[in-house]
Design a protein around this ligand. Sequence first.
Ligand code: NAP
Length: 266
Amino acid sequence: MRYAVVGDPVSHSLSPTMHMAGFRSLGIDATYGLIETPVDRFASIVSKLRNGSLDGVNVTMPHKHNAFMAADVVGASVARLAAANTIVSIDGELRGYNTDIDGVQHALSTIALAPDAPVHVLGAGGAAGAAILASDGARPLSIASRTPERASNLLERLRVDATVYPWEAGPEGAIIVNATPIGMHEEHLPFGIVESSIGLIDMAYGDATTPSVQKAVKIGVPYADGIVMLAGQAAKAFEIFTGIIVPVEVLERAARGRSPFDTTFS
Ligand code: NAP
């Protein structure tokens, strides 16, 4: 079986490391590579999926909408988001999924707060949409975006009710979900936002621990960093590809640079 992550740029992606660790830990004979693909070349990936040269792909920027458009079959959440990050080819039929939603749900489960604790989403792009759908119907929701009309447009497109806050403001006592790149290069979220939260899911990750996660550690706010979410979305994609559940810890350890062969869990 042949899988790949497709994006532009994509060389930094941890997906091959995670998926190969999963295959090896479970003794699955499969390969997983990187395919750097400019936006106007996505059709070549679709052809490879249809002709069987690829069995499935994970899709990152800038292809998530194109992946949704290319899929023959999608679920309701993918249709609402109009974005897919995983495509699997079953006898040439392309099925599209958005496992970022599963990644957020995994991250929420690791911080283990009340299942109805409110969620406040920062950002209004695709990742914010996934965070909203991960919580919709279960938790009170609010959102803040640097460009406020993008937040309102996102809620309208998703047909979700949520309070829209100004970018620098937010509710007290919510789980903050950072769905912006802020923190990748050690930038700070708006002042006081982590302090007034009860939990943090930081989708951003980089070479260093993000300032928001550092703050959460310092003041004792439960948190999940970007690698927790990354491993959660990859574990769901792995299950979609293979039909086999991989322990998410295998993928998380691989992403954090520990031995992909180490399958001993604590
Ligand atoms: P996107 O569609 O481009 O949306 C980015 C959002 O971030 C927009 O709302 C944008 O606001 C906002 N933003 C960007 N820079 C900002 C800044 N300096 N200050 C305030 N807001 C800013 O991207 P996406 O696909 O949603 O992804 C968002 C982030 O999540 C990326 O960094 C991505 O790597 C990360 N992510 C992580 C995972 C994971 O598994 N850990 C999964 C998915 C995404 P404007 O509209 O005003 O530009």
